[in-house]
Design a protein around this ligand. Structure first.
Ligand code: HEC
Length: 193
């Protein structure tokens, strides 16, 4: 009888301790679950904040990006054209037609670059002016090169320079005057065939 009571109490204690352990485990599980949820929630908040900062930064940078797109350094392309017209002249003088062809092509590309960029300056439509005044002059030079005709080449060349200068007048830059180069001695390039 005594043993029976003792074993019953023992069983009851055992069950109780199991219940307590289960309750503890469940509590730990619930706490860690809510803790994870809280962490996820605060990470989401952090992400939202970062996205807001990024959006603000893009907003701030926007005018600069737009400015970069709109701004075209016309003077740099003009300087390129000056360089090519100079070299083109010496190539023609030396009847180095392959080299002359090369610079004519480069000039054409520089003008196309200005035309494509739809450049305006002080209210003047620079791209249209280049297209109408200077670009067509290239054709005559190209024909002279194909025919290897020195006289036609010089004539075409003079017409091109006149177009450059006429356009400088038309675009309020009459003080930029392009002339036939005088001698090639100072250029660090050999123009002979
Ligand atoms: C739209 C007509 C137009 C045509 C055609 C044109 N220019 Fe210009 N050029 C300008 C304008 C406008 C400027 C001033 C650019 C600026 O203000 O940044 C300029 C500036 C220049 C400059 C000053 C930049 C420097 O580095 O000194 C040179 C040189 C020049 N042009 C050469 C030429 C040559 C060579 C040609 C012909 C092959 C030519 N241009 C054809 C309008 C023209």
């Amino acid at each position: 009888m005594c043993t029976f009571v003792f074993s019953k109490t023992n069983n009851y204690l055992h069950l109780l301790s199991m219940k307590i352990s289960l309750a503890i485990l469940a509590t730990i599980f619930i706490i860690s679950f809510f803790f994870q949820q809280y962490k996820i929630h605060s990470l989401h908040k952090e992400l939202d904040k970062l996205e807001m900062i990024q959006a603000k930064q893009m907003e701030i940078n926007q005018p600069f990006i737009r400015l970069e797109k709109e701004h075209y350094e016309l003077a740099i392309t003009m300087a390129r054209m000056q360089n090519y017209t100079q070299k083109l002249y010496f190539a023609g003088q030396n009847e180095n037609w392959k080299l002359a062809q090369f610079y004519t092509h480069e000039l054409e590309e520089a003008m196309e670059d200005i035309i494509d960029h739809k450049v305006t300056d002080e209210g003047k439509d620079i791209s249209s002016l280049v297209k109408k005044m200077a670009f067509p002059k290239i054709k005559k030079i190209e024909n002279a090169i194909t025919a290897q005709n020195e006289v036609d080449f010089v004539e075409g060349y003079q017409l091109l320079l006149r177009a450059c200068n006429n356009c400088h007048v038309a675009s309020n830059h009459e003080f930029i005057k392009i002339i036939t180069p005088k001698n090639e001695a100072f250029i660090n390039q050999d123009f002979k065939k």
